[in-house]
Every structure is written in C-alpha cells, then in structure tokens.
Design a protein around this ligand. Structure first.
Ligand SMILES: Cc1cc2nc3c(=O)[nH]c(=O)nc-3n(C[C@H](O)[C@H](O)[C@H](O)COP(=O)(O)O)c2cc1C
Length: 387
C-alpha cells in the first residue's frame, strides 16, 4: 500500500487504535491505552482540546504550506515529534527502533524513555541527530551520570527530565488486566498471548521485552531483579528543584523539563537554567485530578513570554490538535500513544503513517484557516473557551 492509499483507508489515529487493540494482548493494550483513577484527566485532555475553536477566514487562498520548525538550533520538517514511552517492546516488539527510524526519515524528534526496552546505543544509531533522551532520575547519582554519558556518546542532542512521576500512579486498568513487571506466566497471560499470534511471533523474533538500558546497573538481566532495583532507586522521585543544577552542569546540550502544569513551576524551570518545558499531564496517566494540558498552556505561554521554549503534549490525536496547541502558545508539540497505536497496528509503516495522518490534517486545517506558515498560527484569534 502506498502512503496515499493508507491515508484513504486509515485516515485517522482512531483507525490505527482499533487495529492495534485487535493485535495486542489485553494486558499490553491496557498498559498503553489507559489513564489512572477514573480516567477523568484523559477525558479532560480530549474535551478541552475540542473546545478550542478558531474562526476560519475566507478568500485568503493558499500557497505552499510551511511546517518546518527550528528548535534548539535544529531544523525539523514538522512541528510535532514522538514523546517518550516506557516498556515499548511490550506493546510491540521493536517499536522503539521502528519509531526511531520514522523520526529520522521524517526529520522529527524521537525521545527515548529511560524505561524503554532498547539502549541509547541502538536507538542513537538509528535516530541519529533526531534522538532525544528522557531521564527518570535515579537516587544513585552515578547512574544518572553514566546514562547521560551514554546518551551523549550515542549522539542524543537533547535531554528531557520528566518530573511528574514522583511515584508510579495507580493505573487500575493495568492492574485488573494482570500486567506485572516482569510478566507473570499465568494461564490468563498465556491465553492472552495465544489470542495474539502476530504479537507472539514478533516477540519470539525480537526477544522478550526487557529494560535493556538498565541491565548494566542492576548487574542482572533478570526482570524481577531489575524491577526491584528500579524501585530501590526511587526512580523519577529522588530529587528536588535544586538538584537540577547538577544536570545543567553535566549536560552540554539543551535540557527540557517534562510534566509541568503550573506557572510558578515554569518560572522555576527558567530560574534553574532550563531551555524548555513540556506542558504535559503525562497523557492523564499520573494524577487524575490534573487540569487538561491545553487548558493551562495559554497562561504558561503568557508567563514564560518567550524566555524558554514551550513544548506540549497530552491528548493530541489530530493535526488540528497540533494546530490548536501551536495557536495557544506551544513552540512544538508531541504525541505518545498515537505512535504506539501505529507501530502495533502496522509495524514500521505504522509510525510513518501516524506522521502522515497528523501532517495531512495539519496542512488541511491550516488551509481552512487561510494560514500558510505555522509561525502565523500564534496570531489567530481563538474564541474564548471555557477552561
Ligand atoms: C504507555 C505509555 C508509557 C509512557 N512512558 C513514559 C516514560 O517512560 N517517560 C515519560 O516521560 N513519559 C512517558 N509517558 C508519557 C508520554 O511521554 C506523554 O507525555 C503522553 O503519552 C502524552 O499523551 P498522549 O499519549 O495522549 O499523546 C508514557 C505514556 C504512555 C501512553
């Protein structure tokens, strides 16, 4: 199928989501698709994005649509990239390598998660200059230093420190589905896997999902030992604001703080010498009482006033959503689940297809509005929306 035919047959992320659901074992699907608590924050992200309305202008014609965006001195072809997603290999074996390839081909950023299933060494080779590295901090400072060295040596340009996971959240759906790390081989588990032969076969070929990046620190490849080790490291929750200064000293490239929703926190990030923030509620997966990311974006953009870059994620499912975030003050937009739906639905071309869907929809909606250049989206009049 050509990319054009794929757009005809599967024009939306929801199409890929439905296919992914049929191809993934239930426990992996629940891990990917769920939020936490009553999943109100997931719904809030969607509802708030839908409320952002912009009046189209007539008789503006259209020219070549300009989507390329420069960020930290890098020129990207599109204003959106791939958010870090952990345990990727559980959702689709080798998904990280596929998405890294998508990122290089399409010239967009790919952010590798600390708790992903591949190493910086393997992903760096594929994503090359498009590789970003997401760090969950470890209590043992030497591990942070070593991880950053490995990322820098592997060509990763940008460090993303995620700060909205002080501890894992409840994730009730995931628990109910019986997802354990490491997976416990129960009759239910075997039945789920047997029902998804394509996933089982791909797992056999690629190898079991594992925290490959972290094996070296726990001196064990055993997932049970690794999981115990990760818990002992208070991963993600070991540090406070003042500790960021140490990262600033070590990492020579840009540093992005991911997971802020508060104006005062955004200001703190600037004071601590960070280069950007990601306005994000982790796709509604951490704190079910959080506001939608898009609802707080305008006030944060106002307060930051161009001092650092503002990146955005949580709930983006269409090119129109990308447009909405850019219009409300984001400099760059990311999506998480959509790329995994793509990889699980179609393998390598699935990641590429997610980019094609978002791009086609973004271009189309810019033309509807009479805007040729994404830089001009900031000047649009947004209708008041109830936050
Ligand atoms: C399955 C899954 C795993 C994730 N793992 C991580 C992670 O390891 N590190 C991180 O910073 N964010 C992680 N996130 C959050 C994403 O980076 C991103 O903030 C979120 O997916 C955005 O929302 P969206 O899925 O609606 O696009 C994860 C998200 C999902 C769906």
């Amino acid at each position: 199928m050509t990319p054009e035919q794929r757009i005809e047959h599967y024009p939306a992320i929801e199409d890929l989501r439905q296919i992914a659901k049929r191809r993934m074992p239930h426990f992996a699907w629940e891990y990917l698709d769920s939020g936490t608590g009553l999943e109100k924050a997931v719904q809030r992200n969607r509802d708030a994005l839908d409320k952002v309305m912009i009046t189209p202008k007539g008789l503006k014609g259209f020219d070549k649509i300009k989507l390329n965006t420069s960020l930290f001195g890098n020129e990207y072809d599109l204003p959106f990239g791939i958010s870090p997603v952990g345990m990727t290999g559980l959702m689709w074996p080798g998904a990280e390598l596929m998405l890294a390839e998508t990122a290089r081909k399409k010239n967009i950023p790919y952010c590798l998660s600390t708790v992903g299933c591949e190493t910086p060494e393997s992903v760096g080779k594929i994503a090359q200059k498009n590789a970003w590295f997401q760090l969950y901090t470890f209590a043992d400072w030497k591990i942070n230093e070593d991880l950053l060295k490995r990322a820098a040596d592997s060509g990763f340009s940008t460090l993303v420190i995620t700060v909205d996971v002080p501890i894992p959240s409840m994730r009730e759906r995931q628990r109910r589905a019986g997802l354990r790390v490491p997976p416990k081989i129960t009759p239910q588990f075997l039945m789920e896997v047997a029902k998804r032969p394509a996933w089982a076969l791909a797992t056999l070929k690629h190898g079991k999902p594992a925290f490959r990046m972290l094996q070296k620190y726990a001196s064990s490849e055993d997932m049970r030992e690794l999981t115990k080790f990760i818990a002992s490291q208070r991963i993600g929750g070991a540090y406070m604001w003042k500790d960021l200064i140490r990262f600033r000293e070590i990492w020579k490239g840009p540093i992005v703080i991911k997971g802020l929703l508060d104006v005062a926190d955004a200001k703190q990030a600037i004071e601590h010498g960070m280069d950007a923030i990601v306005v994000s509620n982790h796709g509604g997966r951490q704190f079910d009482g959080a506001p939608a990311s898009i609802s707080v974006l305008p006030e944060i953009a106002d307060a930051v006033n161009g001092k650092v870059k503002i990146l955005f994620d949580s709930g983006v499912r269409t090119g129109l959503d990308v447009l909405r975030a850019l219009a409300l003050g984001a400099d760059y937009v990311f999506a998480g689940r959509p790329f995994l739906y793509g990889a699980a639905a179609m393998g390598q071309v699935g990641g590429d297809h997610v980019v094609d869907i978002l791009k086609a929809d973004l271009e189309n909606n810019m033309i509807q509005l009479g805007v040729n250049d994404i830089a001009d989206l900031r000047n649009l009049k947004i209708l008041d929306f109830d936050q």
